[in-house]
Design a protein around this ligand. Structure first.
Ligand code: NAD
Ligand code: LMR
Length: 337
């Protein structure tokens, strides 16, 4: 259902001006809404004018988070749902589902070390999505993303509702970090600095394509190596700084909300481009992150690999075996009874 809404804005001169804005009636669920990412992500999504119903699901503490977020003066309805018995209600009618449910890393762990706990959580939640909102776009944040996206995809296949246009691994934080680090290094505004980041979301599978940064910038070998390594290890930088209390939450909430809002914009007819880890045929890996066009059908098209220099081509060759192994692990897990 769509409607046109009048909104009032106050200009610098203090004049009240009215403009027409198209707005849609979208339901968005956050699964893992009471967590370190889930709470700030819920807050940010409640501010998206396209969201008319924000459905907050977790195994604990959702009544408090929902009550808290619902007091902000935004139009959307906020509901809280707790535990498996309330998953159907949380998901029914959803257009977009954001999934940050699962445990985070502690120092010394890899993202793959989270597999044993998080794979089952994602499988269970994806099963709920396949049953109760099979047409929703899934934005999967839970690690290891390189495996959890294949898990969710296999679950949807088993239920006969798989649509590869609508299952996204959220790699936006890698792009946000790359834009920030390169912007700071080159003296450009990080919000206007754009670095494509391709591959997956773990260690060397995160491949920033610095040769294609806009505005165009030149990097010496040492600077290129240092920036590439920092972008690849940025998650670990936060895990170590948090010293055992978790991993990136605030920057991830920002990046996750940006991605989910851009998916919503696309559904609403406002085409836009984000890097995302999706089912793909641009390399020999079955899932791969590249820039994709978001639109009314979810992923409208995959823009494929950016141009790469020899250093980046070597990085691509090096990451494929690890990425394929993580994909295989996810597929096998999902198909195990
Ligand atoms: P957290 O422990 O603070 O929160 C996780 C939440 O998930 C908790 O509230 C927990 O109750 C909930 N949860 C657990 N099992 C659940 C289930 N079956 N159903 C619903 N909710 C459930 O962790 P966090 O810091 O928010 O991180 C969450 C996940 O996001 C981790 O796996 C982390 O590695 C990942 N992460 C990914 C990225 C990325 O770039 N994709 C970035 C940061 C973190
Ligand atoms: C990140 O990149 O910050 C997340 O994947 C969390 C982590 O474990 O590093």
């Amino acid at each position: 259902m769509s409607f046109t809404r009048l909104s009032a804005t106050t200009t610098k001169a203090g004049v009240r001006a009215f403009s027409t804005a198209r707005a849609q009636n979208y339901k968005v669920a956050i699964l893992g809404a009471a967590g370190g990412i889930g709470q700030p992500c819920s807050l940010l999504m409640s501010q998206d004018p396209r969201v008319t119903h924000l459905s907050l699901f977790d195994v604990v503490n959702t009544p408090g988070v929902a009550a808290d977020v619902s007091h902000n003066n935004f139009a959307c309805k906020v509901t809280g749902h707790t535990g498996d018995a309330e998953l159907e209600e949380a998901l029914t009618g959803c257009d977009v589902v954001v999934i940050p449910a699962g445990v985070p890393r502690k120092p010394g762990m890899t993202r793959d070390d989270l597999f044993n706990t998080n794979a089952g959580i994602v499988k269970n939640l994806a099963t709920g999505c396949a049953k109760y909102c099979p047409d929703a776009a899934l934005c999967i944040i839970s690690n290891p993303v390189n495996s959890t996206v294949p898990i969710a995809s296999e679950v949807f296949k088993k239920h006969g509702v798989y649509n590869p246009r609508k299952i996204f691994g959220v790699t936006t934080l890698d792009v946000v970090r790359a834009n920030k680090f390169v912007g700071d290094a080159k003296g450009t505004d990080p919000q206007k600095t754009h670095v494509p980041v391709i591959g997956g979301h773990a260690g060397i599978t995160i491949l920033p394509i610095l040769s294609q940064v806009t505005p165009k910038a030149e990097f010496g070998d040492a600077e290129r190596d240092a920036l590439t390594t920092r972008i690849q290890n940025a998650g670990t930088e936060v895990v170590e700084a948090k010293a055992g209390t978790g991993s990136a939450t605030l920057s991830m909430a920002f990046a996750g909300a940006r991605f989910a809002s851009n998916v919503l914009k696309g559904l609403d007819g406002e085409y836009n481009v984000e890097c995302s880890y999706v089912q793909s045929d641009v390399t020999s890996a079955e899932y791969f992150s590249t820039p994709v066009v978001l639109g009314p059908r979810g992923m409208e098209c995959n823009l494929g690999l950016p141009e790469m220099n020899d250093y980046e081509k070597k990085g691509l060759e090096a990451l494929l075996p690890e990425l394929k192994e993580s994909i295989k692990k996810g597929v096998e897990f999902a198909n195990k009874e």
